[in-house]
Design a protein around this ligand. Structure first.
Ligand code: FAD
Ligand code: NAP
Length: 323
């Protein structure tokens, strides 16, 4: 079993981790990125990306992530294929154990493990993913211009997604399993006032119906959670908005997490509750959750990691000269 040492250890290879690596490598920190089970992160499971700055034409999510990885490697990042299964943050260097048995030691640590959309787990959902079923209205709403869409959920995300979708669609239906939303009042008021949004209360989605080959999603099959009555809504697009789960299992009891499991940082910075450990991207952001914001906070994490090391070295040198 090998031990890999670096000045900046990055866990996660989505836009946040790879951007941190690009900046870290250019600052001479010789970063190591441990890629995890989804090399390239969430964008590798989508197709068209139209909102990442710098590209006039539609680009493909997997292609964008290949380019980011190539850029990170080009400037000196070592990409390693492993998944971190345990971590020790009690002292520097921080020590991570890979599923392979390899050990990773970082003088600084950048946590970029992302978050995954929660799914309903009903028939048709997985098969029709990207073919009418989505978990990201900001990403995919544009493809439903002038079409009929539904949103499933009753929290802030569902209400915001429904409001956002009215930019593209004149027929938006929110499907919620109870008879009231948990979303903030102000968002609910906006939703109820909107002429193009309807709500189906007390309805759970039983299945997504469609043609995986050509036509994609056709309808959602519903069941009334009070009466048990079955119904069906014909639709072109369905947006599942029932929450996101940050990948922070590794850090429970080791870093400060909020009630939703997201890493809590010093406001406006990627600094966590442990000096030298930085968090960026979806793992610390339950609001924006975009590739560009993940990349932006990845950049901030690397800049702060570099400053942290420089300050530590400056303090050590000063102590030596005054001794
Ligand atoms: P992620 O992309 O989630 O990457 C997390 C990384 O951490 C992965 O590489 C994973 O393997 C790794 N990891 C996790 N746990 C471990 C571990 N224990 N050890 C090692 N590695 C680990 N955003 C847009 O801006 N535009 C879009 O068009 C768009 N489309 C989307 C379409 C879909 C279907 C989805 C799901 C999301 C979309 N998003 C889009 C959102 C965007 O993908 C995310 O905001 C972004 O990927 C977050 O980046 P991240 O680096 O924080 O995390
Ligand atoms: P959330 O608040 O957890 O809401 C999830 C919604 O999905 C709930 O209405 C829940 O129903 C429903 N749901 C969960 N599992 C379901 C299932 N299996 N079947 C059907 N419905 C299901 O998640 P969120 O809306 O993504 O918000 C997450 C956090 O981010 C919150 O803290 C939120 O405030 C925050 N957020 C903030 C903003 C903002 O400030 N603008 C925007 C987005 C998100 P029940 O209500 O019945 O439980």
């Amino acid at each position: 079993m090998a031990t890999h040492k670096t000045r900046m250890l990055v866990i996660g290879s989505g836009p946040a981790g790879l951007t941190a690596a690009i900046y870290g490598a250019r600052a001479g920190l010789e970063p190591i990125v441990v890629q995890g089970l989804q090399p390239g992160g969430q964008l590798t499971i989508t197709t068209d990306v139209e909102n990442y700055p710098g590209f006039r034409d539609v680009i493909q999510g997997p292609w964008l992530m290949e380019e980011m990885q190539a850029q990170a490697e080009h400037v000196g990042t070592r990409m390693l294929w492993d998944t971190i299964v345990d971590i020790d943050l009690t002292g520097s260097p921080f020590r991570a154990i890979g599923d392979s048995g390899d050990v990773y030691e970082g003088e600084t640590l950048v946590v970029a493990t992302g978050a995954q959309a929660k799914w309903l787990g009903v028939p048709g959902e997985e098969e029709l993913g990207g073919k009418g079923v989505s978990a990201c209205a900001t990403c995919d709403g544009f493809f439903y211009r002038g079409k009929k869409v539904v949103v499933i959920g009753g929290g802030n995300t569902a209400v915001e997604e429904a409001l956002y979708l009215t930019n593209h669609s004149q027929d938006v239906t929110v499907i919620h399993r109870r008879d009231s939303f948990r979303a903030e009042r102000i968002l609910q008021d906006r939703l109820f006032a909107h002429p193009n949004i309807k709500v189906e209360w007390n309805k759970a989605v039983k299945a997504f119906d469609g043609d995986v080959g050509a036509g994609g999603l056709r309808a959602v099959e519903l069941v009334d959670t009070v009466t048990g009555e079955a119904s069906r809504i014909e639709t072109d697009g369905a947006f599942v908005a029932i929450g996101h789960a940050p990948a922070t299992g590794l850090f429970k009891g080791k870093l400060e997490l909020d009630g939703g499991g997201y890493i809590v940082g010093e406001p406006g910075t990627p600094k966590t509750s442990i000096p030298g450990v930085f968090a960026c991207g979806d793992v610390m952001d339950h609001i924006y959750r975009q590739a560009v914001t993940a990349a932006g906070t990845g950049c901030m994490a690397a800049l702060d990691a570099e400053r942290f090391l420089a300050e530590r070295e400056f303090a050590a040198a000063k102590e030596k000269t005054s001794a």
